[in-house]
Design a protein around this ligand. Structure first.
Ligand code: HEC
Ligand code: HEC
Length: 401
């Protein structure tokens, strides 16, 4: 009887190869924050203190009730648990996590920004999000005396936008994009520049805050550290056996071609064959996102950047639009998934089970179109699908609510 129990226990332990041990060690911990040379305020705590207020300020929207935090909610790893975002209107994309976002080089699913400070300036003027405009953002800051003081202490003066003939606000309505542009075009060139300079600092303050949003260590981190140190006994108690088997499946299934390194992303743009929505035109992804960076005055190699010779500035200046960008999206991190569903750029997969089923079978996947050679049906049985899901769940740290 004793030997019978012993045999069962042996059968349940997971054996590890030297290569799996080595790989485990490369997947933890999340490294220290990279520098953000185009924003000289990135690590200034006073800038972050301004940024946290701007991030939560609902007055910076045309209906007075939308802030960044309306969609990026701390309790859901800074997402909203919706399929697609809901601001002034219903968007087309799934809200992205902001945990560890300082590691992101080309923000948005389609890389439509080349820094976090540039990214932060987009939602205010997006008709379906805040539906606001940059002059009105500055006016709200100027009107709030303590905020104005905190802002100017860090960044210097804001132009006096109180003269509404000289600094016209755009009509605050979701459909006001054209009016926003025309109000802007009536302004004096020098005034536009001084508004942009102050507006860039709004983004830089928000980036300084976002850099403080780092994740805690996940069960997988503890497990991988133990396994790579050869402490199998300890490792085997840190995540479930199912998750351990799932880790082996993850390593064997080519996921790492795109979900590489401790954040489980290569920061590159790919198609994973997410089936297009029925009856709607597929999202062209990076094909449309890339030119948005080039059109923006806030690009990393532009006049409001604090380091135009930085790597990021060079990449922006050198990247050309290529046909193979069509339908590609930035590989998302696989950390925090427990909190961030639904999944994919369009929120079309409700659960991790659905995601794993997609990769396993690739039913309806748009692969030929994109020529992604990296994906093949995996041929996993149901138990192995469940193991892979258990592994993915082990990558999420707890969030204090
Ligand atoms: C209406 C909901 C909504 C609001 C309001 C909103 N966001 Fe987002 N956020 C999204 C969605 C959706 C995406 C992905 C959009 C895309 O890729 O097209 C996103 C993407 C981002 C990203 C990119 C993350 C990455 O990994 O690339 C950052 C950073 C971000 N938002 C910060 C902000 C800030 C700062 C504000 C306020 C100025 C803000 N968001 C307001 C929904 C929202
Ligand atoms: C060819 C590159 C590539 C490979 C290989 C790949 N992925 Fe992905 N993965 C992506 C991209 C790109 C997305 C986002 C696609 C989109 O939004 O349309 C994604 C999305 C995901 C998501 C959703 C994350 C979120 O926040 O929405 C999960 C989970 C995921 N992949 C897991 C896996 C697993 C597990 C494997 C291996 C079986 C794998 N991926 C293989 C590129 C890849």
């Amino acid at each position: 009887m004793l030997s019978f129990v012993f045999l069962i226990t042996i059968a349940q332990t997971v054996d590890w190869t030297a290569e799996e041990r080595r790989l485990a060690g490369t997947l933890t911990p999340v490294p220290a924050l990279p520098k953000s040379p185009t924003n000289r305020f990135a690590d200034d705590p006073n800038a972050a203190a301004v940024g946290v207020r701007l991030f939560h300020d609902e007055r910076l929207s045309s209906n007075g009730s939308i802030s960044c935090a309306s969609c990026h909610r701390a309790e859901y790893a800074f997402t909203d648990q919706r399929n697609v975002a809901q601001g002034l209107g219903r968007g087309t994309r799934n809200t992205m996590t902001l945990l560890d976002v300082a590691h992101v080089r080309q923000p948005f699913w389609d890389g439509a920004a080349d820094s976090l400070w540039m990214q932060a300036l987009e939602p205010f003027e997006a008709p379906l999000e805040h539906g606001f405009d940059r002059v009105s953002v500055l006016r709200r800051i100027v009107e709030d005396e303590p905020l104005h003081k905190a802002f100017t202490t860090v960044f210097g003066s804001i132009p006096d936008v109180s003269d509404t003939a000289r600094f016209p606000p755009a009509t605050p309505r979701p459909e006001a994009a054209a009016e926003l542009r025309s109000a802007w075009s009536t302004m004096d060139d020098q005034d536009r520049k001084s508004v942009n300079a102050a507006y860039a600092n709004v983004g830089k303050a928000i980036e300084a805050f976002e850099r403080t949003l780092t994740s805690a260590s996940s069960p997988f981190d503890q497990f991988a550290a133990a396994l790579s140190a050869g402490n199998d006994e300890e490792a085997s108690r840190l995540i479930s056996r199912s998750a351990q088997r799932g880790f082996q499946i993850f390593l064997a299934s080519g996921c790492r071609n795109c979900h590489a390194g401790p954040r489980f992303t290569d920061e590159g743009f790919h198609s994973n064959g997410t089936p297009p929505p029925s009856g709607e035109r597929p999202d062209t992804g990076r094909w449309k996102g890339h030119p948005k960076v080039l059109r923006s005055p806030f690009r990393a190699d532009g006049e409001y950047s604090d380091d135009r010779s930085s790597d990021q500035a060079r990449i922006t200046a050198a990247t050309r639009r290529q046909p193979d960008m069509v339908g590609t999206f930035r590989t998302p991190t696989l950390r925090h998934l427990v909190h961030t569903g639904p999944y994919m750029h369009d929120g079309s997969m409700e659960t991790l089970e659905a995601v794993v089923r997609h990769y396993n079978r690739l039913e309806g996947a748009m692969l030929d179109h994109h020529g992604e050679a990296l994906l093949r049906p995996l041929g996993l049985d149901e138990a192995s699908e469940a193991d892979l899901v258990a592994f993915l769940r082990s990558l999420s740290a707890k969030i204090d609510r």
